[in-house]
Design a protein around this ligand. Structure first.
Ligand code: F0G
Length: 347
């Protein structure tokens, strides 16, 4: 039924809010038996890649676009490492309004770029990083009156709380640990707010430790200072100066959680494990939490038997280039049974 309808009591919906809906949300919380066994925990992946534009961004974008329309705005603008732009473009298309997206030139995964272009957004490649593109988008929004739909738009983070509510609705409680990739630091803040709201409403009795994971080359929250030249293969979280850093720090300290960094190699190894032992294909940034859990396990810092939910923020299909660089090629054969049997018997 979509996030706006499903959680209408918890969202700032008025009779004047248009019912924007791409059937986002209600994504599967997948128990991962083999990876759980490896880590000696109960591990669930919330597969946000099942959202209509293939990432968690749709949860907040649906509300941001609905409220923009309610406020009389007639165009949206955002900067993005890829997923926000795909989501903004999808919702703008569904409402017939223009969408302008600013992307760091050459640093956006192919699938995301294809999405924004297919949905009909005006795609602007900025010769600079995401942080600079975001500054420009904010200035552009101010000058033109376009609705800014990055997570500086408060409705984005309010809509993203729905992920926490869904987890609690399924588990009947909050997990012990909530593991999540951190880029611009909005999602970790939204989840923390969502869990707290559910606790206040008496729907859960516990709160999770918020465990945020960043890529080593783009880890301003781990090293506690902005990173002027962020670099990582996980382009979704290639961000050096997160706008919601203050909220994310509060979430981690209030919950007794931690920020940790993982290397690109650890991220890629985790992506392979998630696919080959979990049956779930998530994009590199989404695999930073699993990489982090594996690292913490090695360090003896992962308590046995705990329930962990990790947010698999985006679909693996969005970044086919990175995936193909990590795996072998198909085995080519002539179209004969003899050739086929050689392969089948070899395995
Ligand atoms: N995972 C994915 C797949 C993302 O696309 C993002 C952010 C994050 C994690 C981090 O979430 O920013 O709330 O801490 N992508 C943004 C974008 C920046 O433009 O698509 P965050």
């Amino acid at each position: 039924m979509g996030v706006l309808k499903h959680y209408k009591e918890l969202l700032p919906i008025t009779p004047a809010t248009p019912n924007v809906n791409l059937e986002e949300g209600n994504t599967p919380l997948i128990f991962l038996p083999r990876v759980s066994e490896r880590l000696e925990i109960k591990l669930y992946g919330k597969f946000e890649g099942c959202n209509p534009s293939g990432s968690f961004k749709d949860r907040g974008m649906v509300l941001a676009v609905a409220k923009a329309l309610e406020d009389g705005k007639r165009a949206v603008i955002c900067a993005s490492t890829g997923n926000t732009s795909a989501s903004a473009a999808a919702y703008a298309a569904s409402q017939g309004i223009p969408c302008f997206v600013l992307l760091p030139a050459g640093k956006v995964a192919l699938g995301k770029l294809a999405q924004a272009l297919m949905y009909g957004a005006k795609v602007i490649a900025v010769k600079g990083n995401f942080d600079r593109a975001l500054e420009l988008a904010r200035e552009g929004a101010e000058k033109t009156g376009c609705a800014m739909v990055n997570s500086v738009n408060p409705y984005r983070l309010i809509g993203q709380r729905s992920g926490a509510w869904e987890i609690c609705d399924v588990l009947g409680k909050a997990p012990d640990w909530h593991a999540i990739p951190v880029g611009n630091a909005g999602n970790i803040s939204a989840y923390w707010a969502g869990y707290n709201e559910y606790k206040k409403l008496g729907k859960i009795n516990n709160l999770p430790r918020m465990m945020g994971f960043q890529a080593e080359g783009a880890a301003p929250l781990v090293f506690n200072k902005p990173c002027p030249n962020p670099e990582t293969i996980a382009t979704a979280i290639r961000i050096g100066n997160p706008v919601s850093a203050h909220l994310a720090r509060a979430a981690v300290s209030e919950s007794g959680g931690e920020f940790n960094s993982v290397t690109d190699e650890e991220i890629l190894a985790a992506q392979k494990i998630l696919a080959a032992e979990g049956g779930v294909f998530a994009e590199p940034a989404s695999c930073a939490p699993l990489a982090g859990l594996i690292k913490l396990k090695k360090l003896g810092k992962l308590p046995e038997g705990i329930t962990v939910t990790m947010i698999l923020t985006g679909n693996g299909l969005k970044d086919p280039d990175t995936a193909m660089s990590q795996v072998g090629k198909p085995i080519e054969i002539n179209d004969t049974l003899e050739d086929l049997m050689k392969v089948l018997e070899h395995d």
